[in-house]
Design a protein. Structure first.
Length: 184
């Protein structure tokens, strides 16, 4: 019997997660550094707190999945879904003042993925379904937002199709990877 604080392999995070956290810290430091050189970047303390919380939530979720174990496909699926959610929230927060209330539906679509994941109890097969539902909800939310904005391009099918593909792609990738993880 080993003593002396040995940790099991299942509870130990892989070494790459350290680089993920360092990258998040560097990303958070960028606006701070930029503020020293240009007036174009003007973050408040609240902006740093929100971004820090968003980065911590994203990195913490990925770290949890890495520690939980499972296949590489499962871990990559989590990374894809978390990255997609992070980018949607980040972009909406960055330009939120320019959006109408219909863009709040994008957050509701992300909630579909969170609730679906909880219902699936984070099992690969159920997560694949949750990610497909999230992608579909995002496409619908984006279409509604574009139709209800004052922007005349909102009714342009090509613009909507490209935007929908871009916004849904991380979740479609996650669904595919979760499905692969379920097969192994």
């Amino acid at each position: 019997m080993a003593t002396g604080g040995a940790t099991s392999r299942a509870n130990k995070a892989p070494g790459w997660t350290r680089y993920m956290w360092e990258g998040a810290a560097a990303l958070l430091a960028l606006p701070f550094i930029a503020m020293r050189f240009t007036a174009e970047v003007n973050w408040s303390a609240f902006d740093f707190i929100v971004m820090g919380a968003l980065l911590a939530a994203a990195c913490g979720t990925v770290e949890f999945a890495a520690r939980r174990g499972g296949s590489a496909a499962y871990k990559l699926a989590v990374i894809s879904a978390v990255a997609g959610g992070f980018l949607i929230i980040w972009v909406n927060l960055a330009v939120g003042h320019e959006h109408g209330p219909y863009h709040l539906l994008l957050y509701a679509a992300l909630l579909v993925g969170i609730v679906g994941s909880a219902i699936a109890r984070f099992g690969s097969k159920g997560m694949a379904v949750a990610m497909l539902a999230t992608a579909a909800a995002l496409v619908v939310a984006l279409r509604l937002a574009m139709l209800n904005d004052a922007d005349p391009e909102g009714s342009n099918l090509l613009v909507t199709s490209v935007a929908s593909a871009a916004i849904a792609s991380p979740f479609l990738m996650a669904a595919w990877l979760f499905r692969r993880a379920a097969r192994t």
